[in-house]
Design a protein. Structure first.
Length: 179
């Protein structure tokens, strides 16, 4: 029993539809015993077509990945050079990400703010209002904007006024707020 043995890029590098992948595997395991030269040629042609489809899908995936990386780099650049302070909080209100402007507002390094609960920077008399604001933001649809005026503590104890604009992020674990 002889099998038709053709090689092309590993199927782990390409993702087709489950049906098309199964067809490709079936083609690979078909034996050439009892096949006419025309049937063998047809199998070879089908395998070549399958290979071309996989290569096209791989090209499209690589292009989509490049576009996503470009968009992410553009987003990060805008986030980091924005004239406003941007803070990304998780569902517990912990600071997950911030831009350099926030570090200047709080008069400390970003590393000192990351992972800390944002609520600790809210002046005591504004904390209940902030909690209500934060919970309402988490419970709302992603494109609903919420605004709250509060006073915040900088790392050196200085108190400053801030207007927080927030909306739930499309990602289930983050909630950005502009300080």
């Amino acid at each position: 029993m002889s099998e038709l043995d053709l090689t092309w890029p590993s199927s782990s590098d390409h993702r087709g539809t489950p049906l098309r992948e199964a067809q490709g595997r079936q083609l690979l395991t078909q034996t050439t015993d009892g096949k006419t030269p025309e049937q063998v040629q047809e199998l070879v042609q089908q395998l070549q077509e399958y290979q071309l489809e996989l290569e096209q899908q791989n090209h499209e995936l690589l292009q989509a990945q490049q576009e996503a990386q470009t968009a992410r780099a553009r987003y990060e650049n805008l986030y980091n050079v924005a004239p406003l302070g941007y803070v990304t909080l998780d569902e517990q209100g912990l600071i997950q990400q911030l831009n350099p402007r926030v570090s200047r507002y709080f008069r400390t390094q970003a590393e000192e703010l990351l992972g800390r609960r944002f609520l600790v920077f809210v002046v005591e008399s504004y904390r209940a209002a902030f909690q209500t604001f934060f919970q309402a933001t988490l419970a709302s649809a992603p494109d609903v904007n919420h605004t709250l005026k509060v006073q915040l503590h900088a790392a050196d104890g200085t108190v400053f006024d801030a207007r927080l604009d927030a909306m739930a992020a499309p990602m289930p674990t983050a909630s950005p707020a502009a300080a």
